[in-house]
Design a protein around this ligand. Structure first.
Ligand code: NAD
Length: 436
């Protein structure tokens, strides 16, 4: 602990204003941070400086709809801090998107990048739109317009976007192309998560789910659970959820439950992951896959299983369902899936439940995004084996650091992961001064 921090008075509650940021997701990020700031004996003025985002940008994105009308969508980008390098983070297209949600996601990205030792601050962006309501042409128009509005505020050394909910490789290719048209040359390093033929890296599409499965394997070792006898339930069957299901199945885990925003299925005997993937490739969603294994989506989370993977939205595990979870491992594929109230309830289970906190569990995505950025900057591309090996090394290092810190300080895995991330940013700010 630096002497300067010890000399100042400590404050338990956040005394600073959240400014334009509000809503339950931002409040969650703030409560998590304050808990860790208390643990780190952080003074009030330092908390505000470390926690509050540096910039928030709001833009209007008009597009022509297929019927000839004009629709205007609101987009955001929040850049949390520039202390360690450019900001980095996904872009979400969802009807829930607002500046508070984006701000919280940007802040979580900061702690995640710092925990993994990546040279980035956190960023996040989004557009308030239901992407399922857009045709492919409308989605392209909106993606291009959003990037066009963001051009003055992003750059390979300023802020580098990536996919998140509702966006994918195609959207990243449109972002890159729009930025490149403006520059007059191809700038692949402006976004990550691009298709490989447009300067993407092998292994990025699978990276987040692969990372989740890697962390689950390590947690199973800790809990002495054999993969061949383990069962898993996965909420969300998009990029993160579907790859996690595939990778866990490859380890021998039986996938007994899956859901998306249209349907939930449970079969104690095991679901056919490849058949589910085929159905989603054809129909975009899980609805219509089967009648026999249909179940209530809320109830799915509390069905019996060894591994529960929330891989959809924030705040899936709350005070209402936390006490009813039956899993032994909670692997947070999504960002912010567990509320602080649920955390308190789950803590009562002690070592009977192994929580892999989001900023560790889903960090595989940003780790391989970093690899993609590095490869784009160098114009030198790696093979599958190299990407996978380096990904696993990064996650292993972070996994061990989190377990060791939790043991040393007698705190939860979440608090340990956040403490490691927050203190890295804190030390860099103390060293550099007020500018970044
Ligand atoms: P995606 O858009 O590919 O998939 C999201 C999935 O969640 C879809 O199957 C959707 O139907 C489902 N879903 C939405 N609302 C739901 C609900 N109420 N109940 C059940 N399912 C629901 O998004 P993604 O990229 O897989 O992201 C999922 C989560 O993982 C998000 O929290 C995101 O921030 C996080 N994340 C993503 C990445 C990445 O690389 N894509 C990296 C780190 C974290």
């Amino acid at each position: 602990m630096p002497a300067v921090a010890e000399a100042r008075p400590q404050t338990a509650a956040a005394p600073y204003s959240a400014g334009i940021f509000s809503g339950p997701v931002f409040e969650m990020a703030r409560r998590q941070f304050d808990r860790v700031a208390d643990h780190l004996h952080m003074a009030a003025d330092e908390r505000e400086r470390i926690f509050m985002p540096k910039r928030a940008i709001s833009v209007s994105c008009p597009i022509h709809r297929d019927d000839g009308s004009v629709a205007v969508f609101t987009g955001y980008r929040v850049q949390h801090h520039l202390t360690l390098g450019p900001t980095k983070g996904g872009t979400r297209f969802a009807s829930t998107v607002d500046v508070g949600e984006v701000g919280a996601l940007a802040i979580w990205m900061s702690w995640k990048c710092a925990l993994l030792g990546l040279p980035y601050g956190g960023g996040k962006g989004g557009v308030t739109v239901d992407p399922f309501s857009l045709s492919s042409r409308e989605l392209e128009a909106l993606s291009r317009r959003y990037m066009q509005e963001m051009i003055p505020f992003v750059g390979p050394q300023i802020d580098v976007m990536a996919p998140d909910m509702g966006t994918d490789e195609r959207v990243m290719a449109w972002f890159m192309d729009t930025y490149s048209m403006y520059q007059g040359s191809t700038v692949t390093e402006i976004v990550t998560g691009k298709p490989v033929e447009c300067g993407g890296t092998v292994g990025r599409r699978e990276a987040t789910g692969r990372g989740v499965a890697y962390c689950v394997r390590r947690a199973m070792e800790h809990m002495k659970i054999a993969p061949q006898h383990a069962t898993a339930i996965i909420q969300g069957f998009g990029n993160v959820g579907s790859v996690t299901a595939q990778e866990l199945a490859l380890q021998g885990v039986r996938i007994v439950g899956v859901s998306d925003h249209t349907a939930a299925y449970y079969d104690a005997g095991g679901l056919d992951v490849e058949a589910l993937l085929e159905h989603v490739r054809e129909h975009r969603v899980l609805r219509g896959y089967s009648q026999e294994s249909l179940c209530d989506p809320d109830e799915l989370l509390t069905r019996p299983c060894d591994i529960l993977v929330p891989a959809a939205m924030e705040r899936a595990i709350t005070a209402n369902n936390a006490a009813h979870l039956k899993c032994r491992i909670l692997a947070e594929g999504a960002n912010g899936p567990t509320t602080p109230e649920a955390d308190r309830i789950l803590a009562e289970r002690g070592e009977d439940l192994f929580i892999i906190p989001d900023i560790l569990c889903n960090a595989g995505g940003v780790v391989v995004s970093y690899f993609e950025w590095v490869q784009d900057l160098q114009r030198y591309f790696w093979g599958h084996a190299e990407v996978r090996e380096k990904l696993e090394q990064s996650l292993e290092r972070a996994f061990q650091r989190v377990i060791a810190r939790a043991g040393r300080d007698r705190i939860s895995h979440r608090d340990a992961a956040l403490a490691l991330g927050v203190e890295t940013v804190r030390h860099a700010k103390q060293t550099r001064g007020l500018f970044p």
